[in-house]
Design a protein around this ligand. Structure first.
Ligand code: RB5
Length: 148
C-alpha cells in the first residue's frame, strides 16, 4: 500500500508522528509537505495529496491540519477522492467499511497522539465491505462524473 501524506503547519507535528507509525508498519509513503511549522495554506497540500490519490498514483492519503476540516473540504473537491474527517475509532472503522474512504483527515489540534495512532492503524487495516455500499458510493461517483 502506497500512502500520500500531507499537512499544514498546524498538522505538522502529528504528521511527523504518523510517519513513525508508517515506518513501524513498513508502509511505503511520500510526504507532500509542509516541511515545518511556518504558517501555510492547508488547501495546497490537500489538493496535491488528493490529486495523487485520485489519479491512483497512491492507494491512500492522510491529511492533517488543525481541525481536519479544511483538509476534508478541499480533498472532497478532487475527482476520485472520498475523504473522511475522523476523530474516533468507530468512525475510522465505518468510513472504511461503508464509504471506502481513500483519504483520512485528522485534526492535529483536536485529537491526541494516542487516539490518532489508533485511528490511523484501524483506518489502514480495515477493508471496504462492498455490497449495498457499492451502490451508494456509485451514486456519489456518478454525480461527480456528470458534473466534471
Ligand atoms: C490553521 O490555523 C487552521 O485554520 C487549519 O490548520 C485548519 O484547521 C483548517 O481547517
Amino acid at each position: 500500500m502506497k500512502i500520500a501524506l500531507g499537512s499544514d503547519h498546524a498538522g505538522y507535528e502529528l504528521k511527523q508522528q504518523i510517519k513513525k507509525i508508517l515506518d513501524e508498519l513498513k508502509l511505503d509513503y511520500k510526504d507532500f509537505g509542509t516541511e515545518d511549522e511556518n504558517s501555510c495554506d492547508y488547501s495546497d497540500y490537500a489538493i496535491n495529496v488528493s490529486e495523487a490519490v485520485g489519479k491512483k498514483e497512491y492507494d491512500r492519503g492522510i491529511l492533517v491540519c488543525g481541525t481536519g476540516i479544511g483538509m476534508s473540504i478541499a480533498a472532497n473537491k478532487v475527482s476520485g477522492v472520498r475523504a473522511a474527517l475522523v476523530e474516533n475509532l468507530y468512525s475510522a472503522k465505518m468510513t472504511r467499511e461503508h464509504n471506502d474512504s481513500n483519504v483520512l483527515c485528522l485534526g492535529g489540534r483536536v485529537i491526541g497522539p494516542v487516539i490518532a495512532e489508533e485511528i490511523v492503524k484501524l483506518w489502514l487495516g480495515t477493508d471496504f465491505i462492498g455490497g449495498k455500499h457499492n451502490r451508494r458510493i456509485g451514486k456519489i461517483m456518478d454525480y461527480e462524473n456528470l458534473n466534471r
